[in-house]
Design a protein around this ligand. Structure first.
Ligand SMILES: CC(C)(COP(=O)(O)OP(=O)(O)OC[C@H]1O[C@@H](n2cnc3c(N)ncnc32)[C@H](O)[C@@H]1OP(=O)(O)O)[C@@H](O)C(=O)NCCC(=O)NCCS
Length: 145
């Protein structure tokens, strides 16, 4: 699928949000097996949920929220059929949204196999590795210049 067709913005209604949650469930519960039933948590209630739309289809999603004074990104998921270009666009859009909200940096817990992907987008490791949901994660940070 051509990433040029993709538009990214915050979920505008409950239908878009439901589709984003469904995609997350597909990726984090069924594909990666990181959660038994659902990956939803309390952070969803205060997060801004960005979605990547191809026409009306949600091709990817990521959430951002504030935690202890930091802007956090998380639950980055791209539909398997759209993996090539959409992930990068979503990370960039999350950074832009944090800037728009007045943040000058953001952090995320990144699965070790995705650290190189984030490093290429200018994210750097902070602190040591963390075991989370049975996988090694790194806390990574992007400071906006
Ligand atoms: C990780 C994920 C979001 C990447 O989405 P994507 O659309 O495939 O990413 P992009 O194509 O925009 O990636 C940009 C570049 O990074 C590369 N890349 C993608 N995943 C990578 C990885 N895990 N490690 C290193 N490089 C990676 C791409 O090949 C691409 O390279 P290019 O610029 O030479 O073309 C997607 O694979 C996904 O949803 N995975 C399952 C959920 C997940 O792991 N979420 C992240 C939790 S930390």
């Amino acid at each position: 699928m051509k990433p040029s067709r993709i538009e990214i913005h915050p979920a505008r209604d409950q239908d878009e949000l439901k589709e984003a949650y469904a995609l997350r469930e597909e990726v984090f519960v069924r594909e990666l097996g990181m959660f038994a039933k659902t990956d939803r948590d309390d952070n969803d209630n205060r997060a801004i949920h960005l979605i990547a739309l191809d026409q009306r289809k949600v091709a990817g999603t990521v959430r951002i929220y504030r935690e202890e004074g930091n802007w956090m990104g998380g639950r980055l998921a791209v539909d398997k059929h759209y993996r090539k270009g959409v992930g990068r666009k979503l990370v960039k859009a999350a950074e832009e949204e944090v800037k728009k909200q007045g943040g000058n940096s953001m952090q995320a817990l990144i699965q070790s196999q995705n650290a190189a992907f984030f490093a290429r987008l200018g994210w750097r490791r902070v602190g040591s590795s963390i075991e989370y949901l049975g996988r090694t994660h790194y806390r990574m940070e992007k400071v906006f210049g």
